[in-house]
Design a binder for this molecule. Structure first.
Ligand SMILES: NC(=O)C1=CN([C@@H]2O[C@H](COP(=O)(O)OP(=O)(O)OC[C@H]3O[C@@H](n4cnc5c(N)ncnc54)[C@H](OP(=O)(O)O)[C@@H]3O)[C@@H](O)[C@H]2O)[C@@H](O)CC1
Ligand SMILES: Nc1ncnc2c1ncn2[C@@H]1O[C@H](COP(=O)(O)OP(=O)(O)O)[C@@H](O)[C@H]1O
Ligand SMILES: [K+]
Length: 464
C-alpha cells in the first residue's frame, strides 16, 4: 500500500521545507511530533510484546529516542540500542530526554517489535559492514518492523539499495513521501508505506498516481465527441488490435484500425481502414476529427514501418508513440519530436528508454530529462511507472499488479491512453496509468493481455 496522491520530495527539498518551519518553530517540537507519530503507529502492532528501538547518530535517531520515550510512557516494554553517540544537537537533546539506558546495536538482543531509527534522509553511503548484518538479523528475528521515515540502507532520492535488509513490515514516511518509497529497491523493501503529517508544509509537482475523476458522456454526446482513435497496424497485427480494443473499452467513441491486412479478429465495432504505406496514412490523417493516433505496437522496424512512422509524426494530431516507434526514433527522438506542434506521449519500457535517451540518475530525474528533451509526456513503464511532463509534473505508480509482466499489456496501456487523450482528458497519462493498473487488479492473477481491456469499463465506473 502506498498513499495515492501523496507529495514526493527529495532529501534536499525535505530539508529546505524543515528549515522553513524551524524559522518559526523550535526543531525539537517538530521532532517530538515525528516521534509521536512513530510511537502511535508502532503501538498499533505491539500487542503487549517487547519493543526494540534502534537509534542512529542523526535526526532519524532523534525521532527514535522520542518514540521510545513515548512508548515507554504508555506502558510498553522498550529497549534502545544505538549505533553510536547521538551526533546532532536535536538527537542529543532527545537522547537526554529519554534518560534511560542505551545499549549497543552490536550487542542488541532481538525483540518481537523493532523500530528502525538508524538512518533516514541523511544516509549518504552504503551501510557500514558492521551495521548491515546486525540490522538484518534483528529485522529477520522480529515479528514486526516499523522503519522511521525510510528503511535504513535505502538511498532517499533513487531507492538504490545501500544495504537495506528484507523483511521490513511498514515504513512511516515523515511529512512527505521520498522517491525511495516508490522507486527501485524501495518498492520491495519499505513494506506498507504510511504517511505522517508532522506539520511541515511541502510543495511539490511530484505525486503518486491517484484515481482520476472521469465524466460520463453528456446528453448530446456522439461518437466523434467521445473521441476518435486511430491505431496503426504493423508487422504484428495482434499488438495493434490489443491497443485498439483497449481504446474502445477505455471509452473512445470511435476506433479505427489503419491496416494493410484485412484487420481480422478483434471486436466487430472496430472499424478497419485500409492503408498500404506511409503516403496512404498521411492522407488518412488529414481527417480533422481524429483525436489521437497510436503507432508503435507491433509496428516492425523496416522501411515500411519507417514510412508509417514519418506519416504519423508529420500529422498535426495528438500522437502516442509506443514499442517499435520508440526504437525507430532511438536517440533522434528529441530532434523529431521538438518539431511537432500537436501533443505527444511516449510510453517506453526500460529497454526502449535506454535506446532513446542518454541518461543517468534516478528514474524520476531521467524521465523528466526525457520529457524536456522531447517536449512530450513520457510514461516510463515498469514496476515503478514514472510519468513526467515537459513542465516538470511527475506522477509515480508503484503498486500495479506484478501479473502485468506479460506480453501485450503495454499495447493495452497505449490504447487506454489514446482513449483518454481523444476524449480530451487533460490528465490523460495519469488517468490511463491508473485505469490500466486497476483493470489488472480486477483481472486477478495470470491474466493474458487480451483479457485486460474487458476490465476497463469496471475501472472507469469507479471513477465516475
Ligand atoms: N531536521 C529535523 O529536525 C527533522 C528531521 N527528521 C528526521 O531526521 C532524518 C534526517 O536526519 P539527518 O539529516 O540527521 O540524517 P540521518 O538519516 O539521521 O543520518 C545522518 C547520520 O548518519 C550518518 N551516516 C550517513 N550514512 C552513513 C553510513 N552509511 N554509515 C554510518 N553512518 C552514516 C551521518 O554521518 P556523516 O555523513 O555526517 O558522517 C549522520 O551522522 C529524517 O529522515 C527524519 O527521520 C524528522 O524528525 C523531522 C524533523
Ligand atoms: N512487475 C511489474 N509490476 C507492475 N507493472 C508491471 C510489471 N511489469 C510490467 N508492468 C507493466 O506492464 C506493462 C508492460 O508493457 P510493455 O513492457 O511495453 O509490454 P508489451 O510491449 O509486451 O506490451 C507496462 O504498463 C508496465 O508498467
Ligand atoms: K530509518
Amino acid at each position: 500500500m502506498i498513499p495515492p496522491g501523496a507529495p514526493i520530495v527529495t532529501a534536499a527539498q525535505m530539508r529546505a521545507a524543515e528549515e522553513a518551519v524551524f524559522r518559526r518553530e523550535p526543531q525539537l517540537d517538530v521532532m517530538e511530533r515525528a516521534g509521536a507519530a512513530v510511537a502511535r503507529e508502532a503501538a498499533r502492532f505491539v500487542h503487549g510484546s517487547p519493543i526494540l528501538v534502534l537509534a542512529g547518530p542523526g535526526n532519524n535517531g532523534g525521532d527514535a529516542y522520542v518514540a521510545a520515550r513515548l512508548l515507554k510512557a504508555a506502558g510498553h516494554d522498550v529497549a534502545i540500542a544505538a549505533s553510536g553517540e547521538p551526533g546532532t544537537p536535536a538527537a542529543r537533546e532527545m537522547h537526554a530526554r529519554w534518560g534511560g539506558e542505551v545499549g549497543s546495536l552490536y550487542q542488541a538482543r532481538p525483540r518481537p517489535v523493532l523500530v528502525d531509527g538508524l538512518f533516514g534522509t541523511g544516509l549518504t553511503r552504503p551501510l557500514e559492514r558492521g551495521i548491515a548484518p546486525v540490522f538484518a538479523e534483528l529485522v529477520a528475528a522480529a515479528r514486526f518492523t516499523l522503519a522511521i521515515d525510510l528503511p535504513s540502507g535505502l538511498e532517499t532520492d533513487s531507492g538504490t539499495d545501500l544495504g537495506v535488509p528484507r523483511g521490513i513490515s511498514a515504513t512511516l514516511a515523515l511529512g512527505a513521501l521520498k522517491p525511495a518509497h516508490v522507486l527501485g529497491a524501495g518498492l520491495e523493501r519499505c513494506g506498507h508505506v504510511l504517511l505522517a503529517d508532522i506539520g511541515i508544509p511541502v510543495e511539490s509537482q511530484w505525486r503518486t498516481v491517484t484515481r482520476p475523476k472521469l465524466v460520463a458522456p453528456g446528453p448530446r454526446a456522439h461518437k466523434y465527441s467521445r473521441g476518435l482513435v486511430v491505431v496503426v497496424e504493423g508487422d504484428m497485427p495482434g499488438a495493434a488490435r490489443l491497443a485498439a480494443h483497449a481504446a474502445m473499452a477505455g471509452g473512445a467513441g470511435y476506433t479505427i484500425l489503419a491496416c494493410a491486412s484485412d484487420g481480422g479478429g478483434g471486436p466487430d465495432a472496430l472499424v478497419r481502414h485500409k492503408i498500404a504505406n506511409g503516403d496512404d496514412l498521411a492522407d488518412f490523417l488529414t481527417e480533422k476529427r481524429i483525436g489521437a493516433v497510436v503507432i508503435g505496437p507491433g509496428l516492425g522496424r523496416d522501411r515500411r514501418a519507417e514510412g508509417l512512422l514519418k506519416a504519423a509524426l508529420g500529422a498535426d494530431l495528438p500522437l502516442i508513440l509506443d514499442g517499435d516507434a520508440l526504437t525507430l526514433l532511438g536517440k533522434s527522438a528529441g530532434a523529431w519530436l521538438q518539431r511537432r506542434n500537436a501533443a505527444t506521449w511516449l510510453t517506453p519500457h526500460a529497454g526502449e528508454f535506454e535506446r532513446m535517451f542518454e541518461s543517468d540518475g534516478d528514474k524520476i530525474t531521467q524521465t523528466l530529462a526525457a520529457a524536456s528533451e522531447t517536449r512530450a509526456t513520457v510514461i516510463h513503464k515498469g514496476a515503478d511507472t514514472v510519468i513526467a511532463t515537459p513542465r516538470g509534473v511527475v506522477r509515480v505508480l508503484a503498486q500495479a499488479s506484478s501479473w502485468l509482466s506479460t506480453a501485450g499489456t503495454g499495447d493495452v496501456l497505449a490504447g487506454t491512453l489514446a482513449a483518454q487523450v481523444a476524449s480530451g482528458n487533460k490528465n490523460a497519462a495519469e488517468a490511463a496509468v491508473w485505469l490500466h493498473a486497476r483493470a489488472a487488479a480486477l483481472a486477478g492473477p495470470a491474466f493474458i493481455a487480451d483479457a485486460l481491456p474487458m476490465h476497463l469499463p469496471q475501472a472507469i465506473s469507479e471513477c465516475l
